[in-house]
Design a binder for this molecule. Structure first.
Ligand code: SAM
Length: 221
């Protein structure tokens, strides 16, 4: 199996070298073993606390890469959507149940979104953005992971839907005065294996600042 972080390795010529750095508590060993199996040679050359650096050398041609784009369909709020995504995005190949639950709760509370401005914080490949745009919302989607941004744009195209997609750390790319009727998020709670609440907290703070008076904030998880 090719882990996305190892995808550049086929670009090495035979005899070419790659250096792999990581934390042994956050998957370094798995990446190292896989890279060594694919390239032929590898050894750990530096250790400091949990951190490791490995040197790898390409001794043999690597197997061909799998297709970059993955496509799947999901039925959300009575419509089937086609999602397209790159490797490494959140909830690859299947919409997260928390996102579906959030959509159902929002539809129950708000109903039609025609003409209403919606902010999707941490939009991923668009599990929330697409159905909300389909319900008539004027959706602005912010997302800091570039692969997710490209996936969201591709998913919107695949379904003939429109939204404003911004590559953004939390709400940084929004204009200062941008305010919304509805804000949704299924925030990230993990980095690697660890529970990290900083981004979720930044999302909640952004939502508090960006919501119009009387607006609705929907958060899943
Ligand atoms: C749990 S996923 C939810 C994705 C999507 N809304 C869904 O329901 O499937 C959280 C998303 O937040 C994004 N994210 C993490 N940190 C971020 C940040 N600082 N600014 C913007 N997006 C961020 C992640 O890349 C990920 O796509």
């Amino acid at each position: 199996m090719w882990r996305p972080a190892l995808w550049p390795l086929p670009a090495l010529r035979i005899g070419g070298r790659a250096y792999l750095a990581g934390d042994k508590n956050k998957g370094f060993e798995r990446y190292f073993k896989e890279a060594r199996r694919l390239l032929g040679y590898g050894e750990v050359v530096r250790r400091e606390g949990p951190y490791r650096v490995a040197l790898l050398e390409k001794e043999k041609e690597a197997p061909p890469l799998p297709p970059l784009w993955h496509t799947f369909k999901a039925r959300l709020l009575d419509r089937e959507f086609t999602f397209r995504h790159l490797p490494g995005v959140f909830s690859a190949g299947k919409v997260d149940p928390a996102s579906l639950l959030l959509l159902e709760a929002l539809k129950g509370e708000v109903g039609d979104l025609k003409g209403r401005s919606v902010l999707d914080l941490g939009a991923g490949y668009g599990a929330l953005t697409l159905p909300l745009a389909h319900l008539g919302g004027e959706v602005t989607a912010v997302e800091d992971d570039w692969g997710s941004v490209l996936s969201l744009e591709e998913s919107l195209r695949a379904n003939g839907l429109r939204a404003s997609v911004l590559h953004s750390d939390v709400d940084e790319a929004l204009t200062e005065g941008a305010r919304f009727d509805i804000i949704v998020t299924n925030p990230p709670f993990h980095v690697g294996g660890a529970v990290i609440l900083d981004v979720a907290q930044a999302f909640v703070e952004a939502a508090a600042a960006r919501l119009k008076p009387g607006g609705g904030f929907f958060s899943g998880g």
